[in-house]
Design a protein around this ligand. Structure first.
Ligand code: ADP
Ligand code: GLC
Length: 479
């Protein structure tokens, strides 16, 4: 099949979170299955200046935006064996410091930027028709809306089917009604049946209404979003489409995330050579200015610093944690209040807490390899990649039983010698602390800990299975 992935982020070109990993790796996995795959994403500044081999093309296009037309160009890059990555170039929209905004907030013209991107993606597909247009998250959601509601503008794509993947219902692309004219759609679509959402325009909702199939990134999250707590106001729309909603667990790119081959870590290791993990721990302690302590348990976190990720719980148990003999390694960026909390924590406890605020690929790998325990106490988690990375690195995850965390980590039962991590239920500090206590206790029992690590490292979340599931879904649409 000819498949185009339309995504606002793709690894290695531009990334703020797991979506980038998923779009890039899924494309390659689908190519392995024999499909003809392309990707469409914006040519952000980090792409233009990232040292990638970019090729110009003669393609120029002009798309309607409110009362005017906006022009753009297309660059090309490669991925996998033969995947073409189409980069939508319009420097006034995308040649900026970051993808979506600064610490002061989202860029004020985000609605316009991603209306433009979605229209541009369809122009590229008109020149390169596909069987499946697979869009990811609100930034590309309108491509599906435009294709379905204005089919006459895209005759070349009359036989294309559409799939939409919602990676996180917490981000919907909601804008004021004053932005509606940008979409250049018939007014009937600004109604609660379509894109209207409490008098606002909701891009993601549009894709949920119009896509042939809707997927999300774990089976548990696919069930959770049908309820009010996790549906973020879209649960009724999703319930109406329940037969077309599928949860497909993300995979891991073990070419990037495997301690046996990882180029970023102090020493490579496998299940049968866990002593080398000690060098990684020392390397990590060194990188964050922590004293080298082999026996002290080291707890790691790598995350966007947002309330989604459970930092309120971490703050609440922080003093209890600091009363223990342990160290913490934290890498993240995001909301100012959490950045500030961790900066202060590192100052207060310089021998116990190492913090780096920012985005740092190398350190992310070093924490996965060097920590003993990985914390992911998320409020909600569509899938989550870091807990799966942690399993592979023998770094035992402590997770809350939500979304993909529930689907990938099995609670440890020391009696039965089963499980791969420590799982807790209620979103309460006591519950997180109890799970951390259990992990620390297990850490103290060397034999049990080694066995637990081995069980964790033997888990396999490679992309093949998930790519098969997507492939079957595409096939269903075509038959
Ligand atoms: P989300 O997409 O919700 O942020 P995921 O667990 O799916 O969560 O994916 C997060 C990805 O982003 C992982 O690859 C993780 O290593 C990476 N990441 C998050 N924050 C940082 C950071 N500050 N520096 C480097 N990598 C980060
Ligand atoms: C989102 C989710 C995360 C998921 C990622 C990739 O950002 O928050 O749980 O792993 O998308 O699908």
């Amino acid at each position: 099949m000819r498949i185009a992935m339309i995504s606002p982020e793709v690894t290695p070109f531009a990334k703020t979170g797991g979506l980038a990993d998923v779009a890039g790796t899924l494309a390659v996995a689908l190519e392995h299955l024999g499909h003809e795959v392309s990707l469409v994403m914006p040519a952000y500044r980090c792409v233009l200046r990232g040292g990638f081999a970019l090729e110009g093309t003669s393609m120029r296009f002009s798309v309607p935006l409110a009362e005017r037309n906006e022009e753009g160009a297309v660059l090309k890059a490669g991925l996998g064996k033969n995947i073409t990555v189409y980069l939508v170039r319009a420097d006034r929209y995308f040649d900026r410091d970051s993808l979506y905004g600064t610490s002061a907030g989202d860029y004020p013209d985000n609605a316009e930027r991603f209306v433009f991107f979605s229209r541009a993606a369809l122009e590229i597909l008109r020149h390169n028709p596909v069987d499946i247009a697979h869009c990811h998250d609100w930034q590309s959601a309108l491509a599906i809306v435009f294709l379905k509601s204005q089919a006459e503008r895209y005759p070349e794509l009359a036989s294309s089917h559409t799939v939409f993947t919602a990676h996180n219902l917490g981000f919907q692309g909601i804008f004021g009604q004053s932005e509606w004219p940008l979409l250049d759609l018939d007014r009937i679509y600004f109604s609660p049946q379509y894109l209207e959402f409490h008098s606002h325009v909701n891009f993601l909702k549009g894709a949920l209404v119009f896509a042939d199939k809707i997927t999300t990134v774990s089976p548990t999250y696919a069930r959770e979003i049908l309820g009010a707590e996790q549906g973020f106001g879209l649960e009724e729309v999703l319930q109406g489409r329940a037969d077309d909603v599928v949860g497909i667990l993300n995979g891991v790119d073990y070419g990037q995330w495997d301690p046996a081959v990882d180029p970023w870590i102090a020493e490579r290791y496998t299940e049968s050579n866990l002593t080398a993990k000690r060098s990684c721990k020392r390397g990590l302690q060194g990188a964050l200015g922590l004293p080298a302590r082999d026996k002290t348990p080291l707890l790691g976190m790598v995350s966007r610093l947002t309330s989604q990720k459970g930092f309120d719980l971490v703050e609440k148990i922080f003093d209890q944690l600091m009363a223990r003999d342990l160290q913490m390694a934290i890498l993240g960026s995001g909301e100012e209040r959490y950045e500030e909390f961790f900066r202060r924590a590192a100052k207060r406890f310089p021998k116990k807490v190492g913090v780096r605020v920012g985005f740092d690929e190398a350190l992310a790998h070093q924490i996965e390899a060097g920590a003993d325990v990985f914390l992911m106490p998320s409020l909600y988690e569509p899938c989550g990649l870091n807990q799966m990375f942690s399993l592979k690195y023998g770094t035992i995850p402590v997770v809350r039983a939500v979304g993909g965390l529930k689907d990938t980590v099995e609670d440890c039962d020391p009696e039965q010698e089963t499980g791969t991590g420590f799982v807790f239920g209620p979103y309460e500090p006591e519950a997180l602390m109890a799970a951390v206590e259990r992990a620390l206790q297990s850490y103290g029992d060397k034999k049990a800990w080694t066995a637990l690590r081995r069980r964790a490292m033997s888990m396999d979340f490679s992309w093949e299975r998930s790519a098969d599931a997507y492939s079957n879904l595409y096939q269903q649409l075509r038959s």
